[in-house]
Design a protein around this ligand. Structure first.
Ligand code: 6PG
Length: 254
């Protein structure tokens, strides 16, 4: 890894979720101040759910400029919204139904179309929202990523050809757990974000966190997160950080 990501270690999953929610709020406020709006892409999986639930409650609910917030997804499983594996459906019940975000600011991935069509349609949504031409890429204010024990991020899985995508913003892939057809943002989008936050919790992730942050052994999908201009923050709890060495912890911030 060439860049030095910042690392924040929280005591437990609850303080981790509070810290992530604080970052969401602060980045929203800063982005609105600088650019009049806030664009954020969120991940699925279980780890962000505690943060999402907090965003739907006070004080976060009132502190986020929802009328200026535009929400996108990093990836989606190709299932209906009511399916319990739907990232959009889960976020909806965790917080979106509880906050005053205008419906037109919600941009779920079109999970019920033929996957290749859904990917192309979401690419169009992104190009239109960010007002960019055919050859340009969107710049999100904030992207939250989780990581799998195999080093996958979003739905970019090890050794899949989607890892080599350089032009399309969104692709359809098959894989993961649950093993489903999915839509995912690609590296050209992820790596242009102004801020990327990896949110990682639990002992089960300690080995991959160590491998990611100790350098060497390139090859995990998460190791191709190397922003063009933005910053990367690893927000991990004590269990997930338990195998990190002192040498790595020099990058730790409060
Ligand atoms: C998804 C993801 C995926 C997730 C990791 C970690 O929709 O599955 O966005 O990349 O972030 O698999 O998931 P957990 O938080 O459940 O460990």
């Amino acid at each position: 890894m060439i860049f030095k990501p910042k690392i924040i270690i929280e005591d437990n999953p609850v303080s981790l979720a509070f810290r992530a929610a604080d970052i969401f709020v602060q980045t929203a406020i800063d982005s609105v101040e600088k650019r009049t709006s806030f664009s954020v892409a969120i991940s699925g999986g279980s780890t962000p759910r505690a943060m999402h639930r907090m965003l739907g409650e006070e004080p976060y609910r009132s502190n986020i400029p929802w009328d200026k917030t535009c929400l996108f997804w990093v990836d989606e499983r190709c299932v209906p919204e009511y399916d319990h594996t739907s990232n959009y459906g889960t976020a909806k019940s965790d917080f979106l139904d509880k906050v005053p975000i205008p419906k037109k600011h919600l941009h779920p991935m079109p999970a019920e179309r033929f996957p290749e069509d859904g990917a192309a349609a979401y690419q169009k949504v992104l190009k239109a929202f960010f007002r960019i031409d055919e050859t340009s890429f969107p710049v999100f204010d904030l992207i939250f990523l989780g990581i799998g024990t195999d080093g996958h991020i979003a739905s970019l899985f090890p050794e899949h050809r989607s890892l080599a995508e350089k032009e399309r913003l969104v692709v359809a892939v098959k894989g993961g757990n649950p093993n489903l057809t999915r839509l995912t943002l690609t590296y050209p989008v992820l790596n242009r974000a102004r801020k990327i936050v990896f949110l990682v919790s639990g002992n089960g992730k300690s080995e991959i966190v160590k491998r990611m942050l100790s350098g060497g052994q390139a090859g995990f999908p998460a190791q191709k997160i190397n922003p063009v201009k933005g910053e990367v923050l690893w927000l991990v709890d004590r269990d997930a950080a338990s195998l990190l060495s002192k040498a790595v912890l020099v990058n730790k911030i409060k």
